[in-house]
Design a protein around this ligand. Sequence first.
Ligand SMILES: [Fe+2]
Ligand SMILES: [Fe+2]
Length: 381
Amino acid sequence: MEPKSYFSVSYDLICRDTVMPYDLFVNASSVESKQKYVRVFPNGEELTADDLAGFKLKYKQLYVCEDQRNLYMKSLVQSGVASDEEAVTFIKDSAIKYLHNVFDPEKEFSTELLHETIAGCKDAVENMIDVLDDYNIDGLRVLIGSLSGHDFYTYDHSINVSMYSLTVMRALKPSATRQELLHVGLGGLLHDLGKVKIPTTILNKPEGLTEEEYAVIKTHPDLGLELILGSEGMDMDSLDLETIARIINEHHEDVAGTGYPKGLKGSEIHLLARVCAIADFFDAITTKRSYSDVMSVSQAIAIMEKTSGKKIDKKIFDAFKAHIDYSQVGSTKDLKMGDSFDPSIPFAHFPLEEVQAMFNDEDFGKIRVLDEKSDKKKEKK
Ligand SMILES: [Fe+2]
Ligand SMILES: [Fe+2]
């Protein structure tokens, strides 16, 4: 049997004056290379602030067993000892730990690891739903900006897409069920799963991709589908694997039918995949990668607006836009994203093109700020 592993916890982020949902351990080994964890406080008993202060005098560091990660994460979110930023940092670290199971090229991919990843990511999303309960997209942007980034872009991107998808879903459908939120959040975390099968030399190559290389990148929605369906038969509690599989497979479809892999149109694309596509697009152009351009929110909205109803779903985009505060800063150029843009490719410079006056049609280049209330009224009709 493999030895159990433990993670360190900050004294400030341990719940107190309550019945403990998890056990606390110390490392009693005096040899640095060896660890010997001893339980100093059991779950089920009440831990007072005085008990904790006593521990702090005696022990440099407290630990929690990995088996109880989710219990710790839940109590962090619900006990109020952590700020949202601290809670989301822990949730993000936990999600990365699970994503690392499958994205690390050193590890051999197995269905077992994928099961563990899905179960762990599900715990992370459950807690994310609770923390982000009353966040709008603006608040979320600020929160995301305050988190420290990982040097592997796919981790940050997957977590951001998951959080944006949750928030966009709530903006679109305030009555969304927990189940729908869980699916869209999990779909966001796993949307680029297929990239584990694509060589990083192709994935990280900024521009200059040959047609063959781009064709390889475009296989990731199908590769992801294959991988996720390989975990069929797993006891997923309340999860519907097929919904998650569709988010993974359809997140690069365009509503006009010009996307990939299948060229699906409009409502043929799963609603949650259309939500994920907007989160994916927005994160790809507003989050800084090491060598890439990054856009301001107003620029990003203006660029996305031009693809609304073509690349991205208009109704979802309108709901998204209504929940984001931006002003169109006077740019002398009216720009649109060139056809070569794909959120799954890192661009050192975005393929922006100037909109030619002759192409102007009614909606082109205009930013329409939707009033949330009148939008809701429209929806009710
Ligand atoms: Fe993708
Ligand atoms: Fe993506």
